[in-house]
Ligand binder design. Structure first.
Ligand code: SF4
Length: 499
């Protein structure tokens, strides 16, 4: 009855994360944690609680293989400590050897939120400065604005050809009144997500809040759809010499005309052409195969010789499972091609990707995602950019940051005596969250001590907030100094803040 609604542009309150696992198939992060060489503290402390398909990223990390991390920031206000979680996630993946991308979703801010370009420019600059100040390396990674990135826009246009209005309507609640630019901003965002794989397919993680999951599901679908079509075509000409290729292509063309609603016929054509098998009645595709051979005979051509050089039946179960996950939406296509060419699944996957790339396709892997908890507002309830007291902006004066922490709601008891007796409620305390998400930094022991002392009644809220407020002021001071340093160097980076 009370399904969790995930709406990227709506209210971002998700009160029961557990439902996400059942309802949307988000997996628990805990399960993948042991596979990560040196997990970030947000991972260790369960702030990052869920993932979709993070294993390929962890594996690439372990094997020193290429992988990427990307996140976009909509420049609609000041960056605050909630955004810092995502900044940290991107920077950490960069430090683990990944290609890191930080993008300013200015087209989306303009289309979906109606901000003026002047407002966007100012906020964009602030986001970039904080990302740099927190440790993003712009030499090793890439920072861009959607509106400046022609490749992203071109890719978005192509992806748009694989999605239609009804589908976007269902995912994003679009209706007849939704403006076209808003829809365009969706395909642009899809292009952002796949952009790290434009030159080379690689595991890519997008750290997001759970409200952004609809974007991820669509992006994963589109990645598969781009491949579905390309792979089908590519197999027809796979590894054939130019003459064979021409014959198969011819058979494919003719068959496609006769069976316009079947996309798989080229495989049938190729199969029968290649092994010269007698298209007997035992095969459900006999009619098609028969047609292929008939056509070839009509054209005075002989069926081609059998080809077995790609046999590889030693696939391990693990590889098999990984492949099933990787190809998800293309299962049917692969099943049929695997039969046709007698390939093992990993061999088919690798070949398909290569063939697709050779033929100008993209070879996208489905992008992965990790999900972090939202921070509770300092005043209780949701942390919101539009309620200044609920959050600490990364641009707040250290003194204001100090005051906001001092004024925060706590999970403390009515009286000190009661607190000593019953202990505080750290699990419901926004101040404890500040320690766990930010102030304790790498120091797990410190975070654990605050928790234990709180629930054990040794820690009282006054002193606890004083300590947190001082740490917050020091953090802001340090962060803003680093921002200043980067502000002087910003011109050297190739980002235009006067679009
Ligand atoms: Fe929160 Fe600290 Fe009070 Fe515990 S002692 S409820 S962590 S403010």
């Amino acid at each position: 009855a009370d399904d969790v609604a995930l709406d990227p542009w709506g209210s971002a309150t998700v009160d029961d994360y557990r439902k996400l696992f059942d309802q949307f198939g988000i997996e628990e992060f805990e399960d993948v944690l042991p596979e990560i060489p040196d997990p970030h503290y947000l991972m260790r402390r369960g702030v990052i609680f869920g993932h979709r398909d993070y294993r390929p990223v962890a594996e690439a990390m372990r094997n020193d293989d290429p992988f990427a991390a990307l996140s976009g920031f909509m420049p609609t206000g000041d960056p605050h400590i909630g955004h810092k979680l995502v900044f940290d996630e991107i920077i950490w993946h960069q430090q683990q050897g990944g290609d890191a991308y930080g993008l300013i979703a200015d087209l989306e801010a303009h289309a979906a939120r109606g901000l003026t370009w002047a407002e966007i420019d100012e906020h964009a600059r602030d986001y970039v400065l904080s990302l740099l100040a927190l440790g993003f390396d712009p030499e090793a990674g890439e920072l861009y604005r959607q509106s400046d990135n022609r490749e992203v826009q071109d890719l978005g246009f192509e992806l748009g050809a694989k999605a239609n209005f009804s589908e976007l309507g269902a995912i994003y609640d679009f209706d007849g009144e939704t403006d076209v630019s808003h829809m365009q901003s969706v395909v642009t965002q899809m292009a952002d997500i796949l952009y790290p794989q434009l030159d080379e397919p690689k595991p890519t993680v997008i750290p997001v809040g759970p409200d952004q999951d609809p974007h991820m599901r669509l992006a994963r679908d589109l990645a598969a759809r781009m491949r579905y079509f390309k792979v089908t075509e590519a197999f027809a000409s796979f590894e054939a010499d130019p003459e064979e290729r021409a014959i198969i292509a011819e058979a494919y063309e003719a068959l496609s005309e006769r069976h316009p609603d079947e996309t798989i016929r080229c495989a049938d054509a190729a199969r029968y052409l290649e092994n010269g098998r007698d298209p007997d009645a035992t095969d459900p595709n006999a009619t098609t195969a028969d047609s292929a051979i008939m056509m070839l005979k009509e054209a005075g051509k002989e069926p081609l010789r059998p080809r077995t050089r790609f046999l590889d039946r030693n696939a391990t179960d693990e590889a098999f499972d990984a492949l099933i996950e990787a190809i998800d939406g293309e299962k049917r296509v692969f099943d049929e091609h695997i039969d046709a060419f007698e390939l093992s699944r990993p061999a088919a996957e690798a070949l398909a990707r290569q063939v697709e790339l050779d033929h100008g396709g993209y070879g996208f892997l489905a992008p992965s995602s990790i999900y972090h908890r939202f921070m509770t507002g300092l005043t209780g309830g949701k942390m919101s950019s539009s309620i200044p007291a609920s959050h600490i902006s990364l641009l707040d004066d250290p003194e204001d940051g100090y005051d906001k922490v001092k004024a925060a709601t706590t999970g403390g008891r009515e009286t000190a005596a009661e607190q000593r007796e019953l202990g505080g409620r750290a699990d419901e305390c926004p101040v404890y969250e500040l320690y766990a998400y930010l102030l304790a930094g790498e120091d797990d022991e410190f975070a654990a001590d605050v928790y234990e002392e709180c629930v054990g009644g040794e820690r009282l809220c006054g002193g606890c907030k004083e300590q947190a407020a001082e740490l917050m002021a020091a953090f802001l001071e340090d962060h803003q100094e680093k921002r200043e340093e980067w502000a002087e160097k910003l011109d050297e980076l190739d980002i235009d803040f006067d679009a």
